[in-house]
Design a protein around this ligand. Structure first.
Ligand SMILES: [Zn+2]
Length: 219
């Protein structure tokens, strides 16, 4: 089995992605970037961003928090407030008091140096003790695919990698959790992810042929 997860959204490719998922009757998890909903720098229209996120929810997808601003790991001192701010955005969309699932920006990184908490988590990503103190956990993946670096024509290449990964997990007796991106953080890679949309479409076709089933995280 496999779970599709999308970080950094919403963005200009989210709508096309929702169409692909709907056509394949597949539900996924969207770890939203609070800023891409509330300020929507990718389109300048927060109402559009919000309605895309609500459409994902309405169509049965899981909405999670990916923090508000996607701070670099070395800004861990500011991280708790940024996680809470992103959480508030997701809570507002879900109309729920529950915090929802959380994914760390950049995933888990190795700690680079000592930091002010002394020995706690010294060799770990310093954000892990921060989220532990907030009482939340991180939803990791079995593979990411650097899909934010791909060019528009690279969808088939991405699908091939995704298929190979799920097959490898199957051999190892594991279900696969695939980390992909339907938008960006404002970096030089921009916000458009057409290769991801096409890659997911081709992947789901092949998954159907092979009889692979999807699930959503958290389970
Ligand atoms: Zn991210």
């Amino acid at each position: 089995m496999f779970a599709l997860t999308f970080d950094d959204g919403p963005g200009p490719s989210t709508e096309a992605l929702l169409e692909v998922l709907r056509a394949a009757k597949t539900r996924a998890t969207f770890f939203l970037l609070g800023r891409n909903v509330e300020e929507a720098p990718w389109c300048g229209d927060p109402a559009r961003a919000r309605s895309l996120a609500l459409r994902a929810k309405r169509e049965g997808h899981v909405l999670g928090n990916h923090s508000y601003s996607h701070l670099r790991p070395d800004r861990w001192r500011e991280f708790a407030a940024d996680v809470r701010r992103g959480e508030a955005v997701v809570r507002g969309l879900l109309r729920s008091k529950a915090p929802g699932a959380f994914r760390l920006p950049y995933g888990i990184r190795r700690g680079q140096h000592r930091f002010a908490l002394g020995s706690i988590g010294e060799r770990l990503d310093p954000r892990l003790p921060v989220i532990a103190s907030l009482g939340i956990g991180h939803q990791h993946w079995t593979s990411d695919f650097d899909d934010w670096t791909l060019r528009p024509g690279d969808g088939a290449k991405l699908a091939t990698k995704m298929i190979a990964h799920v097959a490898k997990c199957e051999t190892a007796g594991l279900d696969a959790v695939l980390d992909l991106h339907d938008s960006g953080t404002g970096s030089s890679f921009g916000y458009e992810r057409p290769a991801t949309v096409e890659g997911v479409r081709l992947f789901l076709e092949e998954a159907g042929r092979r009889g692979w089933k999807s699930f959503t995280v958290p389970r």
